[in-house]
Write a protein that binds this ligand. Structure first.
Ligand code: ADP
Ligand code: MG
Length: 273
């Protein structure tokens, strides 16, 4: 099934585009000389060796690099799941480098949305309830939870599937539920770790179409880890890791356009039930 997303006014699209390129846009992520050293017994693994990186509001950044280069370590720090051994991390204006575990959990629920390779949905729970879950933790009342979830599912093209359980949804649909779930607390930033890793190529483009629309039409800041070059080409900036350092950081002037590509693909069988 192809996602039917609401097209917002052209103006919003232009603003989001400008914002991403505007050097003055507000920084959402500021990493300064971040190091991470894992200690296992008397062995030290220096996973990050001085990462400095600024990501501004409205950017869509792909993180690439070979296995072991430090991508997940950095995503864990950006996602407030872990803290740097040394260096500073400011998320949406707040210094989180020295925060306690509990404080980081609060920040996570307020400011961040997560999308994972394996979808990470609760299996005995409907799409709607999966999407409501982060709001339950954030203390949003029931009526508001319901209406925001319905709206988020609609925005990813899943109206009519609210009561399906994950095993009644295709992989692409499950990932769209996960994207809807990442949106409902209105995060400053969405982090996606290999979100198309378990999907076939057409479904991957459908998922990238949703990310591009969220970024371009709503100005949502996105950081996405992938080892696939053709997926990174949907972003407008690529940061390449090597041995715990940033090896390259460049802009893509003409990113691939997922909507356009889907329009040109031959039709497939309509949605499975
Ligand atoms: P990537 O995601 O790019 O594959 P990682 O961030 O997972 O890289 O790993 C970077 C380095 O840190 C690797 O050498 C890895 O073995 C090591 N590492 C990652 N997590 C841990 C951990 N929890 N304990 C010890 N070493 C780790
Ligand atoms: Mg990894």
């Amino acid at each position: 099934m192809q996602a039917t997303l609401e097209i917002r006014p052209q103006e919003a699209q232009i603003n989001a585009g400008l914002l991403a390129r505007d050097e003055e846009a507000r920084p959402v992520i500021e990493l300064e000389q971040v190091h991470k050293i894992y200690t296992m017994g008397d062995v030290e693994v220096h996973a990050l060796r001085g990462i400095s990186l600024t990501i501004r509001e409205g950017e869509f950044v792909a993180i690439m690099g070979t296995s072991g280069s430090g991508k997940s370590t950095m995503m864990n720090i950006i996602g407030c799941l872990d803290h740097p051994t040394k260096g500073r991390y400011v998320l949406d204006g707040e210094d989180v480098s020295e925060m306690s575990k509990d404080e980081r959990a609060d920040i996570r629920s307020q400011k961040l949305g997560f999308v994972f390779q394996g979808f990470n949905l609760l299996s005995r729970t409907s799409a709607l309830e999966n999407v409501e879950l982060p709001m339950l933790y954030a203390g949003v009342d029931a009526a508001e939870r319901h209406s925001r979830s319905m709206e988020a599912l609609r925005s990813v093209g899943l109206s009519g599937r609210e009561h399906n359980h994950p095993n009644q949804l295709s992989g692409g649909q499950q990932q769209r539920v996960a994207i809807a779930r990442s949106l409902v607390n209105r995060p400053a930033l969405i982090l996606a770790d290999e979100p198309t890793g378990n999907l076939d190529s057409r479904t991957s483009i459908e998922v990238m179409e949703i990310f591009q629309k969220l970024n371009r039409e709503r100005g949502i800041t996105l950081v996405l880890v992938t080892h696939e070059h053709d997926i990174a080409e949907y972003a407008d900036r690529v940061v390449v890791f090597k041995d715990g350092r940033i090896k390259e950081d460049y802009r893509i002037e003409n990113p691939r356009d997922a909507s356009e590509e889907l329009r040109l693909l031959p039709d497939v069988e309509q949605d499975e039930d």
